[in-house]
Design a protein around this ligand. Structure first.
Ligand code: KIV
Ligand code: ZN
Length: 514
């Protein structure tokens, strides 16, 4: 029997710390449900002490997830741990993850604490967390740049205090695989009570080595990997779940452990996270990129046709590429629609919500012959976008584009329950539309990103537009989809504005310190 490699997903916590990737409570629930179907062992749902919004999101995830352990992050502070314990009350299985920095630069410059004080805080935090749950994880933040002797001391102390998982974060993505693997091996060998805890790793991707460092750690005894879907995360991101899982599975000859992940759910999760956050997946991304299994070169295609193993080390269907690609159309009934949506991991809260989504499905099917899973995902994202607090709603849009003429747009919005119409010219109809909206809303936000992706192939495909806005240091992403990309652009812009105007902003978990 091989050991189990525990997969700890932090898409909803560290992934969400990516600028612009913040998620609403309902979006977190949808992703958490998809992660549960993927069979991740632990879902880190957020940082409850960061804001009321974060607290409620962790609480909501804790209340719906049954199979995976739900985890909340807390600094080594009583108030943080109490908030985490409170948020996780309803969970079937809960974990508190507490952390404090241990590198010389963080202890001196950020915490202004001596190493002894840091150990004291860590031990106290772990003991307090144990009052809420038997499952407590401790992370020495910036372990990648911490002194190994000091790590041994603090980790031994927190195990004695009741920590059951020791997570070694390479917070700034500074480590190199061979050296990081050796650190894990030394810690396990040198800490006298190391057999009483699981060793975990949490690698950031600043040098593009997060997955390599994680795998090296696994080869040296780590039995938990912290990772995110699509490698989402701060700066260059975290280790990508799909890459870690598929490496361990594909190279089972090398790894003496295995995960319990249902790999066929990987693609669905990837698309869901991408569509909710508005972070597109690059086409050449391993496992989940559109080209990951596409063989363009004639010589490759010839080989594949003769024997798939000539060029493929994994089967596309094993990560969800071709599985369940059932097509619905305008004649599909309500039941078929509902079943497929449920299989994609979304549950309607009420008959009214199902009816609304089904009506949208019919509208889409009128414009588009075949409806694929990707269309349904987008449609559901749109349904929940509409369910959010909406100060601004698109009522009507008329654009005019003619060769030799300046494009213009007329937009009617419902703004705080009042209808208003604005018009503008622009470099193109999208530009004119966004300017007309801005003329009415006067948000003064700056447009940081505008991107269009087609959800499926063909000229009748839905265009999914992502808009990123920035105002006073706050960054939000807006999403909109439609078979008409001008309408999709207007929806995305309005969605971003609604988020920007939502006062329930989140605070960055690692910004304020002990
Ligand atoms: O990168 C990091 O150090 C973290 C910790 C909170 C584990 O995210
Ligand atoms: Zn991190």
């Amino acid at each position: 029997m091989k050991d189990q490699l525990i997969i700890f997903d932090t898409t909803l916590r560290d992934g969400e710390q990516s600028p612009g990737a913040s998620m609403t409570r309902d979006e977190k629930i949808r992703i958490a449900r998809a992660l549960e179907r993927l069979k991740v062992n632990i879902i880190e749902a957020g940082f409850p002490a960061a804001s009321i919004g974060d607290f409620e999101a962790v609480q909501a995830v804790a209340n719906v997830i049954k199979d995976s352990i739900v985890c909340g992050l807390a600094r080594a502070l009583d108030k943080d741990i109490d908030r985490a314990g409170e948020a996780l009350k309803g969970a079937k299985q809960s974990r508190i993850h507490t952390f404090i920095a241990t590198s010389p630069i963080h202890m001196q410059m950020k915490l202004n604490m001596t190493p002894e004080q840091v150990i004291e805080h860590a031990v106290k935090a772990v003991k307090r967390a144990r009052q809420y749950t038997d499952d407590v994880e401790f992370s020495p933040e910036d372990a990648g740049r911490s002194d190994e002797d000091f790590l041994c001391r603090i980790l031994e102390a927190v195990i004695n205090a009741g920590a059951t998982t020791l997570n070694i974060p390479d917070t700034v993505g500074y480590s190199i695989p061979q050296q990081f693997g050796a650190t894990i091996k030394h810690l396990i060998e040198r800490i006298p009570n190391s057999d009483k805890a699981i060793f975990s790793v949490h690698c950031h991707n600043d040098l593009g080595l997060a997955v390599a460092n994680s795998l090296s750690a696994v080869m040296n005894g780590a039995r938990q990997v912290e990772c995110t879907i699509n490698g989402l995360g701060e700066r260059a991101g975290n280790a990508s779940l799909e890459e870690v899982v598929m490496a361990v599975r594909t190279r089972h000859d090398v790894f003496d452990c295995q995960t319990r992940i249902d790999t066929r759910e990987i693609l669905t999760c990837s698309k869901l996270v991408s569509s909710i956050t508005g972070f597109p997946v690059q086409p050449n991304k391993a496992i989940v990129g559109a080209n990951a299994f596409a063989h363009e070169a004639g010589i490759h295609q010839d080989g594949i046709l003769k024997s798939r193993e000539t060029y493929e080390i994994m089967r596309a269907e094993d990560v969800g590429w071709t599985a369940n690609r059932m097509v619905l159309g305008k004649h599909s009934g309500r039941n078929a629609f509902k079943n497929r949506i449920n299989e994609l991991g979304f549950e309607f809260d009420s008959e009214a919500e199902l009816n609304d989504a089904f009506a949208r499905f019919k509208q889409l099917a009128d414009k588009k012959h075949e409806i694929f899973d990707e269309d349904l995902q987008t449609l559901i994202s749109e349904t929940s976008i509409e369910a959010e607090d909406e100060h601004i709603k698109l009522v009507a849009l008329k654009v005019c584009s003619e060769t030799g003429e300046v494009p213009n747009a007329i937009v009617t919005l419902r703004l705080n329950n009042q209808e208003m119409t604005g018009n503008s010219i622009g470099g193109g109809v999208v530009d004119a539309t966004l300017k007309a909206i801005e003329q009415l809303v006067k948000s003064d936000a700056s447009l940081e990103l505008y991107s269009v992706n087609n959800v499926t192939n063909g000229t009748d495909a839905q265009g999914e537009v992502t808009v990123r806005l920035e105002k006073s240091g706050r960054i939000v992403n807006g999403l909109g989809a439609d078979t008409d990309i001008v309408t999709a652009s207007a929806k995305a812009y309005i969605n971003a504005l609604n988020k920007l105007l939502n006062v329930n902003a989140r605070q960055h978990p690692q910004k304020s310190e002990v």
